[in-house]
Design a protein around this ligand. Structure first.
Ligand code: BES
Ligand code: ZN
Length: 630
C-alpha cells in the first residue's frame, strides 16, 4: 500500500515540474530533485520493524489481565491481518515483552516465531511464520515490570491514597512495550479489548468506555475507528465519571473529580468551537481522564479519552488551552496522522495552530495573542539552545535516534509559525477552507510532509509563483532556523505587563503595581521578564507582593522556581522540593533540574531530591533526567 501511494506521489510531483519548469529557484524544483528512492525513504518508518507493504494488521482483539501484584499485563493479542505480498512472515514490534506462544487462524494452530536481535530504542522484531491464506495471528505474551509505557503507582502515589493505579503512555514508540504490535503511525487498526482488573478498580481505554465501575472487574472496549498504535491507551484505578455535556465528561479519582469538573467545565464549548472550525467531530464522545501527578506529559490525545496531568487544575481555568490542544488532536493527529516521527510537526504544529483558534473562539483574540507570544518566546529559546541545527527543520531525520529527540518546540511552535505565515499570506477564510478540505481528504489516513506539501501546492498554491515564493516551503520545512518573513506575534495585554514591569524597575514598589485581573499568562510573562541579575531583596519583595512561591498555578511556580534556583533564594527551597517530588511532568522537571545542576551546591540538592523523587516519575521522565544527572 505504501509503495502504491509513493508511486502516485511521484507521478503528481512530475506533473508539478512542468508547471514551474521555468522558475529556477522555487521549492517545487527542489522537490523534483528528489529521487524515487528518496521519496520512498521519506515515507518509510525507520522506527518500526514492521513491513506493512507485505503483511499488515487491520484489527486487534486484545484479551488481557492486569496484575498489580506482579506489575504485569498478560494475555493474548489477536490480529486480523492482510497478507498483501503472499508473504511467509509477518513482523511485529516488541520491546521487553515475553512472547510465549503464537497461533494462526480461528483454530489457533501453533506457529513458529522468532525474536530478532535487540536494537537500541526499537526493541526486537517479532517474526511470525504465516501462509498466504492466514487471516489472523494470536500472540500470547506478558509484559515485564520495566515496560516503559507503563507506570504502576502505589496507593501513596494517588490522590485517594487507598488504591493502586496504572496508566500507559504509548507515544511515540512505547506501545510495543505493553502490546506486541506493528508500532508505526503509518499503520491503523480498529480494536476491541477484554480487560480484567482487580474488582475494586475500573479500567478505561482510548475506546468506548464504561461510565461506572462493575462488580466483576471485567471490562469490554471497542474502538471502531482505525487508529495508529501510539494511540493505544489503558488506565486502571479507583475512577469515577462525571458528565460535562451530552458528549463530554471527566474520569478522575473521587478525590479529584469535583475540582476537575469545575476546571474543565468549558470542554463542551471547546468541542463546539472546534467543529465549527474544521468539521464534525469523528470520535463520538470526548472525555478526559485526570491522572495522578506523575503523568509525564501535560496531556496525551488518546482518542475519545484525553489523558491529562492534574497540574492543569489551577482552580481558575487558566490552563485549559491544554485541553483545547488535546481536543484539536482529534483532527490533527488522530484523524490525519503523521506517517513517521520525522513528520511529527504535522501532528503538533497543526494542533498548536488549531488550539489557539479554539481559544480565540472562546476567549477572544486578546487571549489567543498571549498564547502566541508565549509560544514564540519558547521557540526563540529553543532556536538559541538547540545544538543540532538540522533538528530545527520541520521535516526531521531521526534515523538511528529515539523519536523522543524530535519532541521539541520546533514541531510545535515553528510548525505553528509556518501555518500562521500561510494564513497571513492567503487570508484566514481561504486557509480555513483549505484546512477543512485537508482534514476531510486525509481523514483516518496517515500522511507525511511530502504528501501534505503536494496537497498545499495543488489546493492552495495552484501554480501561483508569487504565492509559492511567499509561502516559502523550502525555507520553512527543509531549512534550519526561522525564515525572516515570519509573523511576530504581539499582545496588548502583555504590553500592560511590560508597562508594569518597567515601572517596578524604575522604583515603584511591587505591591503598588496594577495587576488586578491578570491571568496566569500575564504572570508568566512578568516572571519571564525578570532579568538575570536580581537581588535577594527584590525576590523577597516580589514574593511578598505576589505570593509566587505559594502559587497554586504550576506554570507560574515552574517559571518562578527557575529564578529562585538561579539566585539561591532559599525561601523557595521547600516548595521546590515538594514540587519536584510530587510532579512528574517532564516539561517542568527538565528546566528545573538543569538549572539546579549548574552549580556544585545546586547539584547536591538536585541529586538529593532526585533520589527521593525518582520512584514517583514515569520512565519517560527518568529516561531524560537519568541522562542529565549522569
Ligand atoms: N502528543 C503530545 C504529547 C507527546 C508527544 C507524547 C510526543 C509523546 C511523544 C501532546 O499532545 C502534547 O503536545 N502535550 C503537551 C501539551 C501541549 C499543550 C503542548 C505536553 O504534554 O506538554
Ligand atoms: Zn500535542
Amino acid at each position: 500500500m505504501k509503495l502504491h501511494q509513493t508511486f502516485l506521489l511521484g507521478l503528481s510531483l512530475a506533473g508539478t515540474v512542468q508547471l514551474v519548469s521555468c522558475n529556477s529557484k522555487t521549492s517545487n524544483e527542489n522537490q523534483t530533485m528528489k529521487t524515487e528512492q528518496e521519496i520512498e525513504r521519506e515515507s518509510t518508518d525507520v522506527h518500526s520493524f514492521a513491513r506493512p507493504t507485505e503483511a499488515v494488521t487491520k484489527h486487534l482483539d486484545l484479551d488481557i489481565d492486569v496484575n498489580f501484584d506482579q506489575k504485569v499485563i498478560s494475555g493474548r493479542a489477536t490480529y486480523q491481518i492482510e497478507n498483501l505480498a503472499q508473504a511467509d512472515q509477518i513482523v511485529f514490534d516488541t520491546r521487553g515483552l515475553e512472547i510465549e506462544k503464537v497461533f494462526l487462524g480461528d483454530s489457533l494452530t501453533e506457529t513458529a516465531f522468532r525474536l530478532g536481535s535487540e536494537e537500541k530504542f526499537l526493541g526486537q522484531p517479532l517474526l511470525v511464520d504465516i501462509t498466504p491464506s492466514t487471516k489472523s495471528v494470536t500472540i500470547q505474551y506478558r509484559t515485564t515490570p520495566e515496560a516503559a509505557a507503563l507506570q504502576w503507582l502505589s496507593p501513596q502515589q494517588t490522590a485517594g491514597k487507598k488504591h493502586p493505579f496504572l496508566f500507559t503512555q504509548s507515544q511515540a514508540i512505547l506501545a510495543r512495550t505493553w502490546i506486541p504490535i506493528q508500532d508505526s503511525p503509518g499503520i491503523r487498526i480498529t480494536y476491541s479489548a477484554n480487560v480484567k482488573v482487580p474488582k475494586e478498580l475500573m479500567a478505561v481505554m482510548s475506546a468506548e468506555n464504561p461510565q461506572q465501575k462493575n462488580s466483576t472487574g471485567e471490562y469490554r472496549f471497542f474502538m471502531r475507528q482505525p487508529i495508529p498504535s501510539y494511540l493505544m491507551a489503558l488506565s486502571v484505578g479507583d475512577l469515577v465519571f462525571a458528565p460535562i455535556g451530552e458528549k463530554t465528561g471527566i474520569y478522575a479519582e473521587p478525590a479529584t473529580i469535583k475540582e476537575a469538573t469545575y476546571e474543565f467545565a468549558e470542554m463542551d464549548q471547546m468541542l463546539t468551537a472546534a467543529e465549527k472550525l474544521y468539521g464534525r467531530y469523528r470520535w463520538d464522545r470526548y472525555d478526559l481522564l485526570v491522572l495522578p501527578p506523575s503523568f509525564p506529559f501535560g496531556g496525551m490525545e488518546n482518542p475519545r479519552l484525553t489523558f491529562v496531568t492534574p497540574t492543569v487544575l489551577a482552580k481558575d481555568r487558566s490552563l485549559t488551552s491544554l485541553i483545547a490542544h488535546e481536543l484539536a488532536h482529534s483532527w490533527s493527529g488522530n484523524l490525519v496522522t503523521n506517517g513517521t516521527w520525522n513528520d511529527f510537526w504535522l501532528n503538533e504544529g497543526f494542533t498548536v495552530y488549531f488550539e489557539r483558534r479554539i481559544m480565540e473562539e472562546l476567549y477572544g483574540k486578546d487571549y489567543a495573542d498571549m498564547l502566541q507570544v508565549l509560544g514564540y518566546q519558547d521557540l526563540q529559546h529553543t532556536l538559541e539552545d538547540m545544538e543540532k541545527k538540522d533538528d530545527t527543520r520541520l521535516k526531521l531525520d531521526l534515523e538511528g535516534r529515539d523519536p523522543d529527540e524530535g519532541l521539541t518546540e520546533i514541531a510545535y511552535e515553528k510548525g505553528n509559525a509556518f501555518l500562521l505565515n500561510v494564513e497571513k499570506t492567503v487570508g484566514r477564510e481561504r486557509f480555513d477552507q483549505f484546512l477543512n478540505k485537508y482534514f476531510q481528504t486525509f481523514a483516518f489516513k496517515s500522511t507525511n510532509t511530502d504528501r501534505f506539501l503536494e496537497f498545499l501546492r495543488t489546493e492552495l498554491i495552484k501554480g501561483d509563483e508569487k504565492l509559492a515564493e511567499q509561502i516559502n516551503i523550502e525555507g520553512w520545512v527543509y531549512s534550519p532556523g526561522l525564515p525572516e518573513e515570519h509573523v511576530k506575534p504581539s499582545s496588548t495585554r502583555f504590553a500592560q505587563v511590560e508597562e508594569a514591569f518597567k515601572s517596578w524597575q524604575s522604583g515603584t514598589p511591587a505591591a503598588s503595581l496594577v495587576t488586578k485581573d491578570w491571568s496566569s499568562h500575564e504572570w508568566l510573562h512578568f516572571i519571564r521578564l525578570l532579568p538575570d541579575e536580581l537581588s535577594q531583596q527584590q525576590l523577597a519583595e516580589l514574593d511578598k507582593a505576589f505570593g509566587f512561591t505559594r502559587s497554586g498555578n504550576s506554570e507560574v511556580l515552574a517559571a518562578w522556581f527557575l529564578h529562585a534556583i538561579r539566585h539561591n533564594y532559599t525561601t523557595a527551597d521547600q516548595a521546590i522540593d515538594t514540587f519536584l517530588t510530587t510532579v512528574g511532568r517532564r516539561k517542568f522537571l527538565v528546566p528545573l533540574y538543569r538549572e539546579l545542576l549548574k552549580t556544585p551546591a545546586g547539584k547536591k540538592k538536585a541529586l538529593a531530591i532526585y533520589a527521593k523523587a525518582r520512584p514517583n516519575y514515569h520512565a519517560v521522565s527518568t529516561g531524560t533526567i537519568d541522562e542529565m544527572v549522569k
